[in-house]
Ligand binder design. Sequence first.
Ligand SMILES: NC(=O)CC[C@H](N)C(=O)O
Length: 380
Amino acid sequence: MSSADIPAVLVLEDGSVWRGQAYGALGTTVGEAVFNTGMTGYQETLTDPSYYGQVVVMTAPHIGNTGVNDEDGESRRIWVSGYVVRDPARRPSNWRSRRGLGEELAAQEVVGISHVDTRSITRHLRERGAMRVGIFSGGQALVRPVEELVEEVRRSPQMAGAQLAEEVSTGEAYVVPAQGEKRFTVASIDLGIKSMTPHRMAQRGIESHVLPATASIDDVLAVSPDGVFLSNGPGDPATADAQVALVREVLARRVPLFGICFGNQVLGRALGFGTYKLGYGHRGINQPVLDRRTGKVEVTAHNHGFAVDAPLEGSVQAPAGAEFGLVEVSHVCLNDQVVEGLNCLDLPAFSVQYHPEAAAGPHDAAYLFDRFVEVMENGK
Ligand SMILES: NC(=O)CC[C@H](N)C(=O)O
């Protein structure tokens, strides 16, 4: 059955309402409403585990044009809690397309809504901040009073304080082999890892041992790593106490460490900085970031709602203690001066808040994987 022409309603926790058509699965879903401004890359977005617990509003009006293929998934399933689009493709067209996006959402039981003005929802969230949302489709969109739907949204969990990395992480360790000659072994902590990341490492001769989010320092040392990688992931970094403790153990042993996104926040916390929730976050594939060490501007892919609270100017003593040495903010977002990278001056550790793996997104930041290789080479 096609969900077109079946009514659906989107309700924000502040009581605002958008009426549209059901898209994907029919039913009810709640989550944190966030907007993504990318015009492409919807398949990578949907399958990025960092979006777990979030209802993603695609700002750009035409979504689904190139269908869904068998290559671009960043994990084995869709993780978003709900999906909001304006004008879904009626007929996908691409040589790799295997099925339509609406069909895929329905098959994976993801409730969505279409034919709502996603640019006006984006402006609303930009002005008022990310907030909880519900999508209600089918007959209930017509008969249930809006006040009741708003109440249901207000009873749903908040993103602040949500501990989600363990829920999306692999249960079992697995290995992604190096392509060509193996040069390094890396323990990759899966906090919600995207498959492109071990792939980018594999291209550089790195064999990745992907370990569950609950890995202990003994699990990490058991693979005799040349380096440790901390992945992206969903939820509030303030809840990641176990991973913060693990990172301190890694730093104490001076094992080279590289973190992305949630990994940047975990490294920041391990060094003693706080994290905080941004008003509406950064999600898209064209965010300008300044590399303060080189003065170069990169256009980068982002997906974060939290950030590290560290001083922008100069290098500072890590608040966690003298043993962590000096730290500098290496990268800054030019739109809002949010911290986008950390660099330890006395330890072989660095991280970025954005996505050098570029899935989807521009490849400007690929040099960070080369920097990880260099740091491991120096450590050998
Ligand atoms: N992509 C990520 O790793 C996101 C990290 C964290 N959940 C945030 O929203 O900031």
